[in-house]
Design a protein around this ligand. Structure first.
Ligand code: ATP
Ligand code: MG
Length: 548
């Protein structure tokens, strides 16, 4: 297990050592308008683990100041994801819990002559704001009296005006080189019911105003956010100071995490779900935490992956194969390795008596004896992988079965193929083999060497199963492409279904159980699986093409 270590931890150590703070308090502040993805896992893990490293606290705070897009479905999904990752917030708060206090703090600004009600339209405000190279222009409403502003703001709250008719703006500096400081809007009118406060409010604070106040109210010491908020920091500090918040939190920015061959934008995830290109927010191909969980990745693999990618102040892109690496590391010694044949070829052992079944000893995980042993059945009819048989041996590198060639069936016997049965079109439908009873696994037989070891499933006791095999959502490495839309570049082969067989070991398989299928990959029982209809998701293959 890696320990968290990054530049923010150093800042916290110094703040504690120099007594700028007495204890560490962080928060994870998702907007409940979407499902979380693995990029959010970086923010979650960073906030929770840094606070824990100093015996501090972490709040989960739903940043629900924008009623139009938010809902209870997302609140529940987000809570579930955080718990699943293994983190337990000290408190669960809603930004909307503080609407009254936020309103009162706006009154503080108005009374100090630092906020005014403005009647300009959204477009006019944008025009007046100026550009990166040119200063802005004062609003004609900028010099309204405190009394008039107090009256108008109160009437905004009472619902006397329509959406967009008026806003409350901070009065800072229309010439500031930082555009965020040019009299930003801090309250807008929205006659919309809110998932938490229902119809109590028809004015809502803007994120830039609400967020620092929420941090201050909760006693957050280090307010961690992604790097695009760097230019908002002066505004954050201005609100904390001018609203006279008794506690002063500090914003620290970090780079966002991106992953190759996938997309983490809320907008695209929504488009994929709504166009039904994917099965829903828990589609196993998606980078959502719901999708990742259903696919079978473990919280521990995600944690190690996130910590290994490190943290800096710039955005970074990490190969998705790295998550697979940590999944294998996590499961290698933890899960059983029963047999599955995902693309079956029928094998008849012609010299094995009809009706006879024997039970052979096999370790559940040959690298971890602690996982015990199981019995695998062996009889006259078996399945092997189609890929493990070729009629004519191509060369000496072929370490699998071929006509007149002998291989070991793992934990069973040597078998030799004598006859290949084909249909009228020349497709192989089954093969006939003979087995050598002397070569039983564990007997110490050493007179001949087999041409490889292959796995099999006994047809007499096997269970039918479906196997979902995945490829990345995007064939290209990065989501940016000026010429083609994301939808056009969607990998149509990203979900392939195979029909095969598994050992009857799986009669008790439950959704989310994970296994290694020797030679095929790590798999997880899908949420839709049942004994009559077993379904497995391949989490990843056993080997990577990339090394880390
Ligand atoms: P929006 O653009 O709608 O604000 P968001 O991705 O920032 O979307 P939030 O719900 O606001 O979503 O995110 C909560 C927290 O997660 C924020 O602090 C945000 O900075 C962080 N976060 C989101 N995506 C990533 C990412 N890819 N890498 C690191 N942190 C992220
Ligand atoms: Mg955000």
């Amino acid at each position: 297990m890696q320990e968290i270590s990054n530049f923010i931890k150093t800042i916290m150590e110094n703040d504690l050592a120099e007594k700028r703070v007495a204890a560490i308090v962080t928060r994870f502040p998702p907007e409940p308008n979407a499902y979380l993805h693995i990029g959010h896992a970086r923010a979650i893990i960073t906030n929770f683990e840094l606070a824990a490293a100093f015996n501090g606290k972490t709040n989960l705070r739903f940043d629900d100041t924008n009623p139009a897009k938010e809902g209870a479905e997302f609140v529940e999904a987000i809570k579930k994801d955080i718990e699943w990752l293994g983190y337990h917030p000290n408190n669960v708060f809603f930004g909307s819990n503080y609407f009254e206090e936020t309103y009162n703090r706006a009154l503080v600004l108005i009374k100090k002559g630092l906020a005014y009600v403005c009647d300009l339209s959204q477009e006019e405000i944008a025009q007046y704001r100026g550009t990166l190279t040119e200063g802005g222009k004062d609003s004609p409403y900028r010099n309204r009296s405190v009394a008039e502003n107090l009256d108008l703001f109160e009437r905004m709250r009472k619902g006397e005006f329509k959406d967009g008719e008026k806003v409350l703006r901070a009065k800072i500096d229309m010439q500031s080189p930082n555009i965020n400081m040019r009299d930003p809007v801090i309250y807008r009118i929205l006659h919309v019911s809110h998932h938490n406060t229902k119809d109590k409010w028809c004015i809502y604070p803007m994120y830039d105003f609400a967020h620092p106040l929420q941090d201050a109210i909760e006693g957050v010491t280090h307010s961690l956010c992604s790097i695009e908020f760097e230019n908002h920091r002066p505004l954050y500090d201005w609100f904390v100071k001018e609203c006279e918040m008794p506690h002063v939190p500090h914003q620290i920015e970090f780079g966002r995490l991106n992953i190759t061959h996938t997309i983490m934008s809320k907008r695209y995830l929504k488009e994929l779900v709504e166009s039904q290109k994917v099965e829903g927010y828990d589609d196993p191909r998606l980078p959502t935490l719901h999708g990742i969980r259903r696919r079978g990745y473990t919280p521990s693999a995600i944690r190690e992956f996130i910590l290994d990618t490190g943290l800096s102040r710039t955005n970074s892109t990490t190969p998705y194969e790295k998550l697979d690496y940590f999944l294998r590391e996590d499961l290698k010694l933890k899960v059983d390795r029963p047999f599955a044949v995902i693309n079956p070829l029928k094998v008849v052992i012609t010299n094995y008596p009809e009706g006879k079944v024997e039970y052979l000893d096999a370790p559940n995980n040959q690298e971890n004896e602690g996982l015990g042993q199981r019995k695998i059945s062996f009889s006259r009819n078996l399945y092997i992988e189609k890929e493990d048989f070729i009629e004519e041996m191509p060369n000496r590198k072929w370490k699998r079965l071929a006509k007149d060639v002998e291989v070991r069936l793992m934990y069973a016997y040597f078998v030799k193929c004598n006859e290949v049965i084909k249909d009228d079109e020349g497709n192989i439908i089954e093969i006939h083999c003979t087995y050598d009873p002397e070569t039983k696994s564990g007997s110490g037989f050493d007179k001949r060497k087999p041409n490889g070891n292959i796995h099999f499933v006994d047809a007499s006791s096997s269970l039918k199963a479906k196997f979902n095999l995945f490829e990345p959502l995007l064939l290209e490495e990065t989501p940016e492409n000026k010429d083609k839309s994301f939808m056009e570049r969607f990998n149509a082969n990203s979900w392939k279904v195979m029909d095969g067989y598994v050992e009857n070991y799986f009669k008790d398989a439950k959704p989310l159980n994970r296994y290694q299928f020797p030679r095929i990959g790590y798999f997880c029982v899908d949420k839709k699986s049942s004994l009559d209809n077993l379904v497995f998701n391949r989490i990843c293959e056993l080997k990577s093409t990339i090394t880390f």
